[in-house]
Write a protein that binds this ligand. Structure first.
Ligand code: COA
Length: 196
């Protein structure tokens, strides 16, 4: 059966749903997108373009690695359900506490299983597009919901560290990704998304 949730690349066509999600965060008093509100209003196309550049590693901040952002959408829902970032490889700071994958679910849609499903879909992308066979996912140790999302996706707890940024305790989990099914390449097909 097709999963009811789908990860899509950010595109201008999702603008209305994405802005509804931004409003959802504001209504919940969460400032996740606060610094970007002006750019969303005035240059959404530019924002989407910026995300594409980040995925290609163009214009990254010093020390950052390329990362690909996905939005999760579900037919019939007027909001972008969530957002998931895949960092293409680890550098020491990510290895210590950031991990490969970050995610969030729109506040009004939490607690319905989307977070768990979204990470499962993200793990498939990590395997298929970035050839990762082992993925590090971390969360603040007091983030019970995120820890459950990780555990339900097979995360194996390695250890706890103290964040260099927040001073909070961060739990580190590894996930082994199953090998991909061999697939016959269609003549002329290109690996447009494969970055490494
Ligand atoms: C973490 C987050 C993505 C989880 O998404 P979600 O859609 O609520 O997750 P699910 O509905 O799949 O729930 C996963 C598990 O967490 C549990 N859970 C959800 N919200 C919870 C809460 N507030 N307190 C305790 N457990 C909670 C669920 O009961 C479920 O566990 P169960 O199956 O054992 O019952 C979401 O809470 C979120 O976006 N939080 C803010 C951003 C964030 O913390 N991102 C992760 C950074 S590491």
């Amino acid at each position: 059966m097709e999963p009811s949730l789908k990860l899509v690349e950010p595109a201008f066509g999702h603008r209305k749903a994405f802005l509804a999600t931004v409003a959802d965060y504001q209504a919940a008093g969460e400032d996740r997108y606060q610094p970007l509100l002006e750019i969303f209003r005035t240059d959404f196309r530019g924002y989407v373009h910026h995300l594409r550049l980040m995925a290609r590693g163009v214009g990254l901040k010093p020390g950052w690695v390329p990362y690909t952002v996905f939005w999760s959408v579900k037919p019939g829902l007027p909001l972008v359900v969530g957002e998931l970032h895949i960092r293409h490889w680890l550098v020491p700071a990510l290895e210590k506490e950031g991990g490969h994958i970050g995610y969030t679910i729109a506040p009004s849609l939490r607690g319905k299983g989307f977070g768990t499903l979204q990470l499962a879909l993200g793990l498939q992308k990590a395997r298929a597009l970035f050839d990762l066979d082992r993925v590090l996912v971390t969360c603040d140790s007091d983030n019970v919901a995120s820890a459950r999302v990780i555990q339900k996706n097979g995360g194996v707890f390695e250890n706890e560290v103290v964040s260099d940024y927040s001073g909070k305790r961060v739990s580190r989990y590894w996930m082994e990704l199953a090998p991909q099914e061999p697939r016959t390449r269609v003549r002329g097909e290109r690996d447009e998304h494969k970055v490494r």
